[in-house]
Design a protein around this ligand. Sequence first.
Ligand SMILES: O=C(O)CCC(=O)C(=O)O
Length: 342
Amino acid sequence: MAVALAPGTRTYPRYTVSVEEYVRFRREGFLVVPALVPPEDVADLAAHCDDLGAGRVQRDQLGQYVAYADAKAAEPQYSRIHMLHRHLPIHERYLLHPRVLDVLEALIGPDVLALQSMLFIKPPGSAGQGYHQDSYYIPTLPDTLCGAWIAIDRADEENGCVWFTTGSQNEPVYPDAGNVGQHYPRARLENLSVVDHVSDTDETRNGLTPIARKYPGREVAAIADPGDVVFFGGHVLHRSHRNLSVDRYRRSFVGHYSNARAFTQWDYGDGGPIANDKHILARGATHLPFAQPKFGTPCAANAPVAQPGSGAAPTMMGDMQSGMMETAATDPERLDPKTHRH
Ligand SMILES: O=C(O)CCC(=O)C(=O)O
């Protein structure tokens, strides 16, 4: 008889990325891995969204980065919530989902840092997000950012799935004139245009539209069934359209990750000279500081350290605690990290 395991105690077969998948991720800038997250986990996430919608999770448990589809409605509906892994164990569990980390380890690892979580609850009729590049909002140096977008509902053209402009993953990151995100010094390229209105759903205003037009016919809808996970790099131009359905939500849980040996000042509106110590070491090891998962989800940060001579491969450097290591990270040229949001 099958035994239903409580969330957090489930075990998962390791997912091994194929060479073909690896090449597709590089060639197209994104990769859909079908059925990566099992149905019982998707059901947990869906039930959690229902709890949020029904007001069964107290507003003061949700932190400060909450967006509403219609804040003025009598019963305002959450549309997007950021960084809930710092407030609710279920978000930490899905940010550190072993099967998602298996893929990230192959695509951007082996050392993986978990930086951001987002929950999208996109109701019928709600707006999308215009062309943008995630590395613009979440800078990591060297630049290794990768999103993992877990479909809770089926996402397709009707209910506002994400679209990727294939080929644009080879573009540099374009700085935004409004400095909505950030302007880190990175590759100083001749003729690098400064754009504006990044993320604006109005194509005529969004400054990345001319960049997308360099790739005619190459915008692809990332159709995903529940449990499919869409991985996408930090440079690929992507956007989503309005949910045009009358009765279909488009819910998804999204994590953003970098290689754990990349430096970052980004901490969703806070940050500082270095912010690696705010983010969880999900896989592997790093010489940089990192944070522990607040709710104890198993990952590299809290894995037992292999003893010398034990024959086991070391998984991390010593038992570093959040913020213990000092690095010479301050660079006065960098702008105020308080503006770096996604
Ligand atoms: O889900 C969406 O509509 C947009 C997601 C996105 O752009 C992202 O996670 O970077």
